[in-house]
Design a protein around this ligand. Structure first.
Ligand SMILES: [Zn+2]
Length: 304
């Protein structure tokens, strides 16, 4: 009995270790600097987001800039991010689909954004495709990758896709219609939906890679993020997740694993899983769907 008991700490640590092992994730925000909404001005949104990220003690965050949003007013918001220590990257100028613009016009659009972004302090040469549209077919995708490399860019891929933008648009719409928002319920909805998508793509990674990579979370510089990202981060930490910088996450070996498939619009992990034979229908969480979210949002009784 004494011998068996002496093994108890080892057995317990083995049982606990898999659940508490640090799973790592970095935060990125697309479409900055997004204009004013009925819920808050762009300026308020930026200040709230910075305050939330600093309060949550994240090591860094990367803002993918839609460069045609930059004007005399909004450029101050970009400087506000960099002054707080966060980094900026390229999300094209006009935010058109690379699959539609094609292999010549799309790189020109990225270069137009580059000229506006390159002199910002804390600018990093990462590029993210609008809508995660990497090109219309495998040949176009390869050509666009080549052009972006020539422009000095690395792929600002995501591993966790989700519809945060749609949830935020439902809240903004409620504000436009002067309805009352139950913020506690909205917070719970946002945190649960995004947490589920993170676990969904992590499980997919474990299945197709055999391990949990350093993840890159796709969010947007929107009202919902400004209101609730701190709650999402707190929730992730209670589940054993660790927040890392995007620059660290992009050191993961999957950064060098660009699968030769046409399917990239659900992120890098889904693309890798697809290249190993998983059908597209299995590579999308149910909440990445407007009808599903409309129903769930309405059932959650968020808007009065
Ligand atoms: Zn975007």
């Amino acid at each position: 009995m004494k011998n068996l008991l002496s093994y108890l700490p080892v057995v317990l640590s083995l049982l606990i270790a898999p659940t508490l092992a640090a799973r790592e994730i970095a935060f990125t925000f697309d479409d900055a600097p997004t204009p004013d909404s009925a819920l808050m001005t762009g300026q308020e949104r930026t200040t709230r987001l910075i305050d939330a990220l600093i309060a949550a003690k994240v090591p860094d965050a990367l803002l993918f800039v839609k460069a045609d949003y930059i004007n005399n007013d909004t450029q101050k918001r970009l400087t506000q991010y960099t002054a707080a220590g966060f980094h900026l990257a390229n999300h094209s100028y006009s935010h058109k689909s690379a699959s539609e613009l094609g292999i010549l016009d799309y790189p020109a659009d990225v270069y137009k954004a580059h000229l506006l972004l390159k002199s910002y302090k804390n600018f990093l040469p990462y590029h993210r495709f609008p809508f995660l549209h990497y090109g219309k077919d495998v040949a176009a995708i390869a050509s666009l990758q080549q052009s972006l490399t020539e422009l000095g860019y690395k792929d600002g891929y995501v591993t966790i896709d989700n519809f945060d933008w749609y949830v935020s648009s439902l809240l903004t719409k409620a504000a436009e219609e002067k309805k009352t928002i139950d913020y506690d319920k909205a917070r719970k909805f946002y945190v649960e939906m995004l947490y589920e998508s993170i676990e969904f793509y992590d499980a997919m990674a474990k299945k197709s890679l055999g391990r949990s990579p350093q993840h890159v979370m796709l969010l947007h510089e929107n009202d919902a993020a400004a209101l609730f990202v701190g709650d999402l981060i707190a929730h992730l930490r209670t589940k054993g997740w660790k927040i890392v910088s995007p620059q660290q996450a992009y050191q993961d070996p999957i950064a060098r694993n660009f699968p030769n498939v046409a399917f990239h619009k659900q992120g890098r992990v889904a693309a890798i899983a697809n290249s190993k034979g998983a059908p597209e229908s299995e590579l999308r969480h149910p909440s990445e769907n407007i009808e599903y979210l409309d129903k769930a949002f309405s059932a959650a009784n968020i808007i009065k």
